[in-house]
Write a protein that binds this ligand. Structure first.
Ligand code: SF4
Length: 308
């Protein structure tokens, strides 16, 4: 199969998204597991606790914010007519997207000393370079995606709610589904790959359960080095993965009841914001606040959030 040729047209995706607007008081929502939080727990239970239970603030790095900008530019690019999806247009979108992001999230402006900071100019240029690399991987003028930054959710047979954002879905005229994930992170590819595949299997399972068929391709596009990884899941593997997610959720609930979230040192600790509080590095975590309200565990994460 050629990666792009079979996805040059699309139909509407049947992903489930937001609830209909209503004046009725919103019913309390059940906790949901997102791929980011499930991967956090699998990587390090204490990291899950810091993020999902303590909800400790994290200052995003320049690399993480650049990833957010690049994801937003690519989303906007696909809103343009196909003939306008060109490298120069993508570069043109970088500054306005950054200006909007730093206005809606003013704390991000502290990443740079001032709008004239030469570091800012270099950083914007590096976002442009990632976008240039994107165009070496595919030609976005040759197909229409079915959805970008799509919220998808489903429930496993055991009743666990799964929820997350897919960077992009392509659906071929034959009905074949391709899931795309852009990776812009600074972590070496080998370090980020296991986490990325976990995330992609999560989306593949959600799509299997909502559409009734296994996505044909899961495609990771590494914009830092211009490489792509294509993975073709099968149903038995995704059903096993469903059981893995159920087991992770059971382990999360067990740890939540006892407060016993253990640190698990790995190379990914280099990207952890909470090292100073981590006992594995001589720190002391805050007192355990107890298991949170289910609503607090309903966060699907943000587009591109797990992109390290
Ligand atoms: S520093 Fe490493 S071991 Fe400690 S909480 Fe972060 S990811 Fe876990």
């Amino acid at each position: 199969m050629t990666d792009t040729a079979e996805f040059q047209a699309s139909s509407e995706v049947q992903a489930q998204s937001s609830e209909p607007p209503s004046d009725e008081p919103r019913p309390r929502r059940r906790p949901a597991l997102s791929p980011s939080r499930a991967a956090d727990f699998k990587q390090c239970p204490l990291l899950y606790r810091f993020r999902a239970v303590d909800r400790l603030p994290e200052t995003p790095s320049r690399a993480q914010v650049r990833g957010t900008v690049v994801h937003a530019v690519l989303e906007r690019l696909f809103h343009l007519p196909a003939g306008e999806r060109l490298p120069a247009k993508a570069r043109e979108l970088v500054e306005p997207v950054w200006a909007e992001l730093s206005t809606t999230e003013p704390e991000l402006s502290t990443l740079f000393e001032s709008p004239d900071d030469p570091e800012l100019a270099r950083w914007l240029e590096s976002a442009g370079a990632l976008l240039d690399t994107y165009f070496t991987l595919e030609d976005p003028s040759r197909f229409e995606p079915a959805a970008c930054e799509q919220l998808v959710e489903t429930e496993t047979e055991s009743g666990l709610l799964l929820r997350g954002y897919v960077d992009r879905l392509d659906i071929a005229p034959t009905g074949q589904v391709r899931v795309i994930d852009y990776k812009t992170g600074a972590a070496p590819r080998q370090v980020a790959e296991a986490r990325a595949l976990f995330q992609m299997k999560f989306y593949a399972l959600v799509l299997l359960m909502t559409r009734g068929e296994v996505p044909t391709q899961l495609r990771l596009m590494y914009l830092a080095d211009g490489e792509a990884l294509t993975y073709r899941p099968d149903e038995p593997e995704l059903r096993r993965f469903e059981r893995t997610l159920d087991a992770i959720w059971t382990a999360i609930l067990r740890a939540g009841r006892s407060g016993d979230f253990r640190p698990n040192k790995s190379r990914l600790c280099d990207w952890c914001s909470h090292k100073p509080l981590c006992p594995a590095f001589g720190g002391t975590p805050p007192d355990y606040p107890g298991w949170p309200d289910p609503e607090a565990l309903n966060d699907p994460g943000k587009p591109g959030e797990s992109d390290i």
